[in-house]
Design a protein around this ligand. Sequence first.
Ligand SMILES: NC(=O)c1ccc[n+]([C@@H]2O[C@H](COP(=O)([O-])OP(=O)(O)OC[C@H]3O[C@@H](n4cnc5c(N)ncnc54)[C@H](OP(=O)(O)O)[C@@H]3O)[C@@H](O)[C@H]2O)c1
Length: 344
Amino acid sequence: MMPAVALGTWLGNSSTGRIAPVGYETEQAVLWALEAGYRHVDTAWSYHVEDQVGRPVKTVVDAYNLLHEITTTPKLWNDAHARSAVVPALRASLAQLQLSYVDLYLMHWPLGQFENGSYDSTHYLETWRGMMDAQALNLTRSIGVSNFNKVMLESIRAHQLTKPAVLQIEWNINLQQPGLLAYCRQHNISVMGYTPFGALMDKRRADSPTRIDDPQLTKMAAKYGKNVQQILLRYAVEMGVIPIPKSITSTRIFENIEIFDFQLDESEKWTLRNFDRGYRTIPQLKWSDHPFYPFEKMPEYTTTTTTAAASTSTVNTEKSTQQVISEVDVNDKSARMNFRDIKI
Ligand SMILES: NC(=O)c1ccc[n+]([C@@H]2O[C@H](COP(=O)([O-])OP(=O)(O)OC[C@H]3O[C@@H](n4cnc5c(N)ncnc54)[C@H](OP(=O)(O)O)[C@@H]3O)[C@@H](O)[C@H]2O)c1
């Protein structure tokens, strides 16, 4: 069991641009979130805000005796991928969070890097064994992974290591990854969806296949007296994904959890399914030559649907709903030209 929504705390994606975590913005945001009813806060060593997450959680837990109700999920950074480095890294996060253990600890990426940025080729299975060590020491009750693809998950299974309780991936209407979701459902792995608003609101992302004012989305929102962001979050929940909306704005924090008083109907869910373009907002192309880069590297692609615009991004390792429908094999080089001209 885990809460159906988590608050995001990465400041790299803010409506006023990238913010350095120097003030108390995250601390304030977490307090608002706990007040609004969030019971899960997603964070990471690399966000440099674990102390700002820990303080308000501790204050509220102590004041209201909510020790077993509020959960914080930190993530192991890429520079601690040696098996022996995992437990000390979690201990460092726990110190920042003022906790003696967490319910869930995630491996942020399957790929390792040394502090100077050069690649550490430690295999992610070795790092996973370090995660298992942390669990054996009761420093975390569950362990999971983030940004793993299906092959990587299968590799953990094939080696008969502890099954990840959670997979955290980018998930939004433009990147729905139906095959990966089905795999997780089959193996009872919970899915947390980061960047739930994709690039829909980012004015700098002219290549976004969908904008927040898309008429189909605004019509749906009007029907329920909600905004489009709430429709997107509700859809995630209905697809079995735990969305992680991030905001440091109090009104938005409150509205992002007001999604449990309505239900989308089947035809609306189909409409939303059809926004899937396999479009990744955060491809981290800078790591694309790492041996454990998890995403497929694809050249620029174009679709000819009414809602899709020309896009320069990576396409997910699996086929998107659109691709499945049109039965185009994105791995087949000869099919790539066809993919550019898909008509749906
Ligand atoms: N595992 C990973 O590799 C990974 C990668 C990326 C993110 N994450 C996690 O997932 C979280 C969410 O992803 P994200 O931060 O990339 O993106 P996001 O939550 O999809 O979008 C954040 C942006 O949306 C704005 N926003 C939030 N609610 C809104 C609303 N109701 N109306 C209008 N604007 C709204 C925020 O503005 P303001 O904040 O300015 O209000 C911010 O600019 C992160 O914070 C992090 O915890 C994990």
